[in-house]
Design a protein around this ligand. Sequence first.
Ligand SMILES: Nc1ncnc2c1ncn2[C@@H]1O[C@H](COP(=O)(O)OP(=O)(O)O)[C@@H](O)[C@H]1O
Ligand SMILES: [Mg+2]
Length: 267
Amino acid sequence: MLLLKFGGSVITNKKKRDKIFREDTASRLIEELKLGLAVFRDNRAILVHGAGSFGHILAREHSIHRGNLGGGDYLTIVPRIRRDMRRLNHFVEKLLLEKGFHPISLPPEAVLYKEGEGIITPIPQGIAAMISFLQEGFMPVLFGDVIADKDLGFSICSGDDVMKVLSYLDEVERIIFVTAVDGIIGKNSNGTRGENIRENSPSGLLRDIFISNDDEVADVTGSMYGKAERIAEMAAGKEVLLINGNVPGRLESAVKGEPVIGTLIRT
Ligand SMILES: Nc1ncnc2c1ncn2[C@@H]1O[C@H](COP(=O)(O)OP(=O)(O)O)[C@@H](O)[C@H]1O
Ligand SMILES: [Mg+2]
């Protein structure tokens, strides 16, 4: 089975306040997924999508990732972020249905529980529910959102957090992150921006990643560094590939297991 994430930076425009779904891009990616899955072992996938402009802008402005310590008017803001995420999920679900998939949307609070920053516990019954939908031939679709947190009352669960939890499922053979960049940029020995990392180990990734200070992309979940930390913590022995979803054909090649431009992380 394939575990796949559509980054919020690909299916929305993260730099804009407008909550605009990039329907053309999402539609092409779903088409590519279909072509790729047709020749992928069991033809099965779990799809996770990010929040992009539907979640991160309000979340960042009101420090929602800090939960009840954030200090803002969270009673007003959290329900709006939740509404916006469901709207984005609805757009994705609609396209999947149009393209002949059998999606079952599951919110992240059904499969994981946060117990503080970075501490995530899978919920056994939620995971079991997801597996039973999978076994019947449905495609589970999950997304990042504001969820309950044992310490902070509530907090952000990113699409990357969902990926990390699901990476441990026995059924998952391959993991692909679709983003808006050609790969994870590495750093030179003096810390300046280097080349894209083609292949690395989980620990090598954290050592070699270029950390940009002037990242204009609003993301309360750590952007690429946060993603790299989660990738490094994913189930050992499973390959993780990060590709650019804005370039037609890459997702299809990646799902088919063909050589593709991107960053490959493996132990
Ligand atoms: N070392 C790096 N390599 C690649 N991208 C980086 C790096 N550091 C910061 N970024 C930024 O991180 C973004 C990807 O993270 P993010 O927007 O969170 O992706 P996603 O859409 O999957 O959530 C890139 O578009 C880029 O702007
Ligand atoms: Mg992100």
